[in-house]
Design a protein around this ligand. Structure first.
Ligand SMILES: Nc1ncnc2c1ncn2[C@@H]1O[C@H](COP(=O)(O)OP(=O)(O)OP(=O)(O)O)[C@@H](O)[C@H]1O
Length: 207
């Protein structure tokens, strides 16, 4: 079948994994195959600058001074509040996640492919998996994930561990996924993506 749908039902597929698992890298391989990809973590940063309702909610809960007169967010000030206070982080997430879901749904409505991917670190934590047809998990052993992030972000092992421990355990996450791609040093990742792409096209054709 041709890749683009003239009519029919588009599938929404999530792709997630722990920090350093390679979910963005794997999502980019799907993108090379022509699959539209929504990068939720990047989008969230943009939405915080552009979504009028979200800006209003952040100001109401965290103070008007979180934004300057041009509505530019003071990330450092907001970060200082939420990274030292779990409840405040949950509050911020409870504002940002629905805005991201709203935005990604609007984005998906504009696509014409048989399936689209939503890449997000917190697919399960944010509740956005409920609005998706299937979820892909990207997994890699923890020591490899730590090394990758240390190299990519030029940060210490302890800094990576601090970020890692804020996320749901990867083994639990993978059990919640419908498909798992192993992005380690044993398995080749591209053949796995090609095989899954074929499966998802088939699924979309039958939907
Ligand atoms: N199969 C691979 N071989 C070599 N390097 C890889 C592989 N997969 C990912 N990487 C590298 O590991 C690093 C982490 O990958 P990536 O940014 O895709 O992970 P992520 O799961 O999206 O991480 P985060 O949750 O922090 O956004 C990147 O520098 C990427 O280039």
């Amino acid at each position: 079948m041709g890749f683009f749908l003239e009519f029919g039902c588009m599938l929404k597929i999530g792709i997630t994994g722990g920090i350093g698992s390679g979910k963005s890298t794997v999502a980019k391989i799907f993108a090379l195959l022509g699959v539209p990809v929504y990068y939720a973590d990047d989008a969230a940063k943009t939405i915080m600058q552009t979504d009028a309702l979200l800006i209003q909610q952040v100001k109401a809960h965290f103070g008007d001074h979180m934004y300057d007169s041009n509505n530019v967010l003071d990330r450092a000030a907001l970060g200082k509040i939420v990274f030292n206070d779990k409840d405040k982080l949950e509050l911020l997430n409870s504002l940002v996640h629905p805005a991201t879901i709203r935005h990604s749904d609007e984005w998906a409505d504009r696509q014409t492919a048989p399936y689209v991917l939503k890449e997000a670190a917190l697919l399960f934590e944010s509740g956005s998996f409920q609005f998706l047809d299937k979820c892909i998990g990207v997994s890699a052993p923890q020591p490899l994930r730590i090394l990758r992030v240390m190299r990519r972000d030029n940060i210490s092992r302890n800094d990576v561990l601090a970020r890692m421990y804020k996320q749901i355990d990867d083994n639990i996450k993978m059990k919640l996924c419908d498909y798992v791609i192993r992005n380690d040093e044993q398995e080749m990742v591209i053949p796995q993506v090609l095989a899954l792409h074929k499966t998802l096209l088939q699924l979309a054709a039958e939907a």
